[in-house]
Design a protein around this ligand. Structure first.
Ligand code: BV8
Ligand code: ZN
Length: 245
């Protein structure tokens, strides 16, 4: 297997997708053929779906909140936390995953681009999103104590904009890395490269002259846009891939 050298000259931006949580027992989107209980994920992970059937959407997210809380991070998550400890502020992890496993594995420099299962916010008033581990029983839609509106998961649904502050964190890191005079590397792991804007990061990095790596079980939609392709399970590949110098 090729070795990814991580030394004092390296800046590393990592993007993860559902594939890095697969070995922890969290089903991937493509693995579910994009369906949950025969509903296309886009129907239960969209603002339209929420307006149409908030009970169904809360059942979807409560179930995933309970499942994510019941599983453990895997060696792939642990490897990424070790790379962060080695590289410090020359490391940033952007994740599409909402399962919270990166933080539980010790990652701190994490941007949860699509939100997190463990935060809830009001769909009506501007009160700040709050930590929420409650698994709401099927048939309940939690209400906002302050305005009486209904609460929603703090998740970025299809057709919704990502938090501009998150995008700014990723863009400014990539800018600093690519203008540092050092070696700027982008590594994507466990993602099918279908969902934008995450799937477009590789193109921004190439435009900036960065090195691009993909670690994935199957060829991804955008595999051809990566210089280095390592096929395999992230829980097995990531712990062996990097040479920390
Ligand atoms: C946006 C939160 C601007 C939900 C998610 C038409 C109308 C509206 C929008 C669009 C449109 N057409 C295109 C768009 C843009 C849309 C998009 O890209 N759609 C896709 C489907 C074409 N994007 C958006 O809507 C984004 N917002 O664009 O705003 C805008 C605004 C209005 C109108 C237009 C544009 C918002 C995107 C965020 C959506 N929310 N998640 C939730 O999680 O419940 S995305 C969801 O899919 C997950 O977050 C997940 O991360 C993501 C992608 O899936 P992956 O993570 O890649 O997982 P997947 O299962 O696909 O693949 C797993 C891979 O791992 C596989 O390749 C497999 O081989 C591999 N694997 C499996 N096991 C392992 C492994 N690899 C290694 N090891 C293993 N063990
Ligand atoms: Zn409210």
């Amino acid at each position: 297997m090729q070795q990814l050298i991580l030394d004092s000259n390296t800046w590393l931006l990592v993007l993860t997708g559902a594939g890095v949580s697969a070995e922890s027992g969290v089903p991937t989107f493509r693995g579910m053929d994009g369906l949950w209980e025969n509903h296309p994920v886009e129907d239960v992970a969209s603002p339209q779906g929420f307006v149409k059937d908030p009970l169904l959407v809360w059942r979807f997210y409560s179930q995933r909140r309970a499942a994510a809380a019941s599983v453990q991070p895997n060696p792939g998550h642990a490897a990424l936390a070790a790379w962060e400890r080695h590289l410090g502020d020359r490391f940033l992890l952007a994740t599409q995953n909402v399962d919270g496993l990166h933080r539980r594995a010790g990652s701190e420099r994490v941007v949860e681009m699509h939100g997190t299962l463990f935060k809830t916010r009001c769909s009506k008033c501007q009160r700040a999103p709050f930590e929420d581990t409650t698994v709401y029983p099927a048939g309940t839609v939690p209400g906002c104590r302050e305005c009486g509106g209904i609460l929603r998961p703090h998740i970025v649904w299809f057709g919704e904009y990502l938090d501009p502050a998150d995008m700014k964190k990723i863009e400014s890191f990539a800018y600093r890395g690519s203008t540092s005079g050092g070696r700027f590397v982008f590594l994507a792991a466990g993602t099918s490269g279908v969902v934008y804007p995450a799937a477009g990061i590789v193109d921004r990095v190439r435009e900036a002259g960065g090195e691009t790596w993909l670690v994935n079980l199957d060829p991804a939609e955008n595999s051809g846009r990566f210089e280095y392709n390592v096929t395999g399970k992230s829980g097995e590949v990531l712990p062996k891939l990097a040479k920390l110098m």
